[in-house]
Design a protein around this ligand. Structure first.
Ligand SMILES: [Zn+2]
Length: 203
């Protein structure tokens, strides 16, 4: 069988990367594709990735449903990235608004309020629609509440999204371990290389 270049390696399956790191379904969905040093990874290209993403968000994917869940999630992921694109303007993007609204008709959203708090509950016949509407509802909540706090990592080669919950709002990296330290190491290397270059030029 031909292996796609987007196929997950054993290592990536056992460590889900950023795809399930956040408690926000919209951020997790956008982070089902990301870049590793050796190229892009797309969790949704594997049946295992689709199943685990669904399970982590409260939906079970039964045999025969994987393809439709994959297609719907990839489409919704594309909408979410457009919604949070810093170069875009969802307030005036009518086409985007109607696509978002079309997704929202696919499931029932109800409001729950009790001693534990208030939340919107998504119920759907099929996991594809349930997961998709759950992610869109979550994204719209973030867009309303923290529009400038949803960003993608500053590292050139990283495409991981995060919600900046820091007080100052100046978070730059998806995580210090993944990218902050990589960037620091690169700056250190560049400084060292530069000083070595100067020493050689002067000798
Ligand atoms: Zn990063």
């Amino acid at each position: 069988m031909k292996q796609s270049s987007n196929q997950l390696s054993e290592r990536e399956i056992s460590s889900p990367g950023p795809a399930l790191d956040s408690d926000r379904p919209s951020i997790n969905l956008m982070n089902t594709s990301w870049r590793e040093a050796d190229g892009p990874v797309d969790w949704l290209q594997t049946d295992d990735g689709v199943g685990r993403f669904a399970a982590a968000h409260g939906f079970e994917v039964k045999t025969g449903q994987t393809s439709s869940v994959r297609a719907t999630l990839i489409e919704t992921r594309r909408l979410l990235v457009r919604l949070f694109d810093p170069a875009g303007d969802p307030a005036s993007d009518r086409a985007l608004q109607s696509e978002i609204n079309r997704v929202l008709t696919a499931a029932r959203v109800s409001w729950r309020s009790d001693g534990d708090g208030r939340w919107l509950q998504v119920s759907a016949q099929a996991p594809a629609e349930g997961l998709s509407v759950q992610a869109v509802v979550d994204a719209l909540d973030l867009l309303e509440d923290k529009p400038d706090r949803v960003r993608s990592c500053d590292h050139d080669l990283c495409t991981v999204w995060f919600v900046d919950t820091s007080k100052a709002g100046r978070r730059r990296w998806c995580s210090m371990e993944r990218c902050g330290n990589r960037a620091k190491a690169r700056r250190h290397y560049e400084r060292t290389a530069k000083s070595v270059g100067t020493a050689e030029a002067g000798s």
